[in-house]
Design a protein around this ligand. Structure first.
Ligand SMILES: *Cc1c(COP(=O)(O)O)cnc(C)c1O
Length: 405
């Protein structure tokens, strides 16, 4: 609960993001440690969640690969010295220029559609190793963020996979992987075990039918975090145990070749360890009470975009009764620009500091400039207690830099 919010921040310009490096490292070690039984386990951190080279460098040092979906994300990983099969390229509706950079970097390419195979061959040449993204359709229920699998734009139905791997094999591809991602922010441990079993079975069928050998399955990201205080965190140990059993009964028992087990988690890795810090600007009493803060939806889009809950605390008033029911709002000319609706908080006044929790993933990254709003700075709290600026706040000059007159 942000125990470190202290006098060091009293004078800081708000809003800003703060990431806790020690927490990120400890969480990464717990997560990876849960899968220590499998030497081929690796998490490729979803760069889009927290695309800051300082944070990516921490995760690289903890042993993670990087999962990218665009030229900019590939360029960021190259900037921290990563390439080759430390990088997974999982994109959709992909531009030729994206494929060209991914090939140049030697990244593992995960195709969203069979039709992308000839496109990739044409624009960048085929690599030895190809993965395809599976969409299980009605076999899985999906969830609110990604939606029902058969309505989702991602991945390929089962029958198409057979044809796509055969085409890849016939075109000279010799190494294969299989990917899926059907849920986002999922808190049910069993969900990930079922998904792994589904992929293991599919690998067994594809191997039997096509005579190709799979090197990995990639379960995608989607491990959830408890945004609400009432929610239970997932338990990587339970997920790992379940996957281990499925691996034994489907892969080992059928004498299939060993499979690396890959994931692409972003949110679970950094989400709980980032905080958006903002100050109260005005308290307005109309039909409701609106606590206007100096951050807006352009700093954190999740509540406005998905109705997502983010816990909010007031460090200096934590001991007071939370007996005021208020909407916490930004200053965009959009009524969904609210960080909380009907939230019980202590009595607030101008200058009070609010901390918006669990913003370490898909927070700053989703920022935008509508209404000419500027994206905030990012800081990291280092394990030695010092604070480092890892991205300065935008200025009006940044905003106007692309204008031609
Ligand atoms: C967004 C995304 C991820 C990361 O999702 P999290 O919810 O942050 O774990 C991983 N893989 C793909 C393909 C994605 O689109």
């Amino acid at each position: 609960m942000m125990p470190f919010f202290d006098a060091r921040f009293e004078q800081s310009a708000t809003p800003f993001y703060l990431y806790d490096e020690q927490e990120i490292r400890e969480n990464a070690r717990r997560f990876l440690g849960a899968f220590a039984w499998h030497e081929g386990f690796r998490n490729y951190f979803a760069v889009k969640a927290t695309p800051n080279p300082h944070i990516l460098g921490i995760l690289r040092d903890e042993g993670m690969g990087m999962d990218c979906s665009s030229t900019a994300e590939l360029a960021l990983t190259a900037r921290i010295g990563m390439g080759g099969e430390d990088v997974m390229f999982t994109s959709n509706n992909t531009a030729a220029s994206d494929f060209m950079l991914a090939r140049e970097m030697g990244a593992i390419i995960n195709l969203d559609d069979g039709g992308h195979l000839p496109f990739l061959a044409e624009c960048a040449g085929l690599p030895d190793l190809i993965s395809f993204r599976y969409n299980p359709g009605r076999q899985k229920t999906g969830n609110a963020i990604i939606g029902r699998p058969e309505e989702a734009k991602f991945g390929m139905p089962r029958e198409q996979l057979f044809a796509a791997y055969a085409a890849a094999r016939d075109a000279g591809v010799t190494r294969f992987g299989l990917h899926t991602m059907v849920a986002s922010n999922e808190l049910d441990n069993a969900y990930f075990v079922e998904t792994a079993a589904l992929l293991f079975e599919l690998v067994a069928s594809l191997t039997a039918q096509l005579g190709i050998r799979f090197e990995f399955v990639n379960l995608g990201g989607g491990l959830g975090i408890p945004y609400r205080p009432s929610q239970q965190p997932i338990d990587p140990q339970i997920i790992s145990e379940g996957i281990k059993q499925a691996y034994q009964t489907i892969i080992v028992a059928n004498r299939l070749s060993p499979l690396k087990l890959l994931m692409e988690c972003g949110r679970y890795v950094t989400g709980p360890h980032g905080y958006l810090v903002t100050r109260v600007r005005h308290v307005k009493r109309a039909f409701k009470t609106f606590v206007g803060v100096d951050a807006s939806m352009h700093n954190l889009m999740r509540p406005g975009m998905y109705g997502a809950y983010h816990h909010i605390t007031v460090p200096a008033k934590a001991h007071l009764p939370h007996d005021q029911v208020v909407d916490v709002t930004g200053s965009l000319c959009e009524n969904n620009d609210k960080f909380a609706i009907d939230r019980p908080l202590p009595p607030l006044e101008r200058g009070d500091v609010l901390v918006i929790h669990d913003t370490g993933a898909h927070g700053h990254a989703m920022g935008f400039n509508y209404n000419g709003k500027l994206r905030s700075a990012e800081y990291v709290l280092r394990p030695d207690g010092t604070i480092t600026l890892i991205r300065r706040a935008e200025t009006l000059d940044d905003l106007f830099a692309t204008l031609m007159n």
